[in-house]
Design a protein around this ligand. Structure first.
Ligand SMILES: Nc1ncnc2c1ncn2[C@@H]1O[C@H](COP(=O)(O)OP(=O)(O)O)[C@@H](O)[C@H]1O
Ligand SMILES: [Mg+2]
Length: 369
């Protein structure tokens, strides 16, 4: 097991900046998930840790050792790919044993370790099969067994569930959580699926356009996204983002004016210099509270019933996009019905023109007796 320390690490492919110089400290035994839209640099960062891509600048330390110029096989890392990359002519046992044979381990040691990895991934009964006789989920389990059989200090996983169907993905999510507990290894997991990120990670690293935007516990990042890019990447359905103008600074926050003139009170802390500037108001669907006098209004264009809850899509007005509001599952709505909502000041996210979130004024403390 080992900590991973990334310092000023950057990668350019010709003119493309795949990763701007970035810092990231991952603790020994931690399960970290890199999440963000396609093309934001997740695989590049992972492949640099693995040693499959060279660094354009910066350093990588694994267990305190500088491995920036160390070949992949000597870094103590193993990687699981989305494509599984199994050898079709080898059996399951042969595939799992392969890296140990290459490393020149004794036959008996190899047999023991293959049996152990197979048991951990529920593959014991499939050891004599060839990959083509396995389901997608079984193939992915073989590729994971092949990675852990070397007892890596750090296990790297690049979108390992992307080729599986939804129910299998849910099952495999539980398996990864269990595997992490059993192995105790440091795990770095790449996904564009925010549900995987939220459920698996000790900490998530949200990336956008080759930059690390925010690092934190999943629930903290969900509650307090540091930028519009993070707000857009985490949460489904996504946060509503509305153009607004910062109309006034008050002792408890700010007042925003929406493009249709409605005023919204927020707890965002801005400077008086910001009055009159364009901002973006972010509101999560579950924070819209039905309120006849509320500033958010619109006719229902689409109504999605999921069972325990529903989502109402309110029609676009002017330059305000559709607003999505979460409603209780037993609430019925007719299409075209006009709904009104308000929000609590502390549930409003306010983003400056550069995308950064304004900090919040602290909530009023409970009265002291
Ligand atoms: N080998 C390569 N040559 C040129 N450009 C690359 C190469 N690998 C990745 N890129 C570019 O780097 C950026 C980040 O890619 P990648 O790390 O694969 O993103 P992600 O895994 O988040 O989808 C993209 O713009 C991609 O086109
Ligand atoms: Mg990728």
């Amino acid at each position: 097991m080992a900590a991973v320390d990334i310092a000023g690490l950057g990668k350019r492919f010709g003119e493309t900046i795949a990763l701007s110089p970035s810092d990231l400290q991952i603790a020994d035994g931690e399960f970290v998930v890199l999440v963000g839209p396609s093309g934001c640099g997740k695989s590049t960062l992972l492949r640099m840790i693995a040693g499959l891509e060279s660094a354009s600048e910066g350093r990588i330390l694994i267990g305190g050792r500088d491995v920036t110029d160390v070949p992949p096989a000597e870094r103590g890392v193993a990687m699981v790919f989305q494509s599984y990359a199994l050898y079709p002519h080898l059996t399951v046992a042969g595939n799992i044993a392969f890296p140990l044979k290459v490393a020149g381990l004794l036959k008996r040691e190899i047999a023991e370790r293959v049996a152990e990895a197979a048991a951990m991934l529920d593959l014991t009964d499939l050891l004599d099969r060839r990959p083509r006789a396995l389901s997608g989920g079984q193939r992915q389990r073989v590729s994971i067994a092949r990675a852990i059989v070397r007892r890596p200090q750090v296990l790297l996983l690049d979108e390992p569930l992307s080729n599986l169907d939804t129910s299998l993905r849910a099952r495999m999510r539980h398996e990864f959580a269990r595997l992490h507990q059993q192995l105790g290894a440091t795990m770095i997991y790449v996904t564009h699926d925010q549900l995987e990120a939220m459920t698996l990670a000790n900490r998530i690293v949200v990336m956008s356009a080759g930059r690390i935007e925010q690092v934190g516990a999943p629930i903290d990042v969900y509650r307090r996204p540091a930028s519009i890019a993070v707000a857009a990447a985490i949460g489904s359905p996504g946060m509503n983002l509305l153009p607004a103008m910062l109309a006034a600074v008050t002792p408890t926050g700010t007042t925003l004016r929406l493009s249709d003139g409605a005023l919204v009170t927020t707890a965002a802390q801005a400077s008086v210099d910001d009055v009159g500037t364009a901002v973006t108001l972010g509101v999560r669907p579950e924070h819209l509270v039905p309120d006849e006098d509320g500033p958010f209004a619109g006719a229902v264009e689409l109504f999605e019933r999921l069972g325990p809850l529903s989502f109402a899509h309110l029609g676009a007005r002017g330059d305000v996009d559709t607003i999505v509001a979460q409603l209780p599952g037993d609430r019925s709505v007719t299409l075209g019905e006009v709904l009104h909502f308000s929000i609590a000041p502390h549930d409003a996210h306010v983003f400056a023109a550069d995308g950064r979130a304004y900090p919040l004024t602290p909530p009023p403390s409970s009265p002291v007796r």
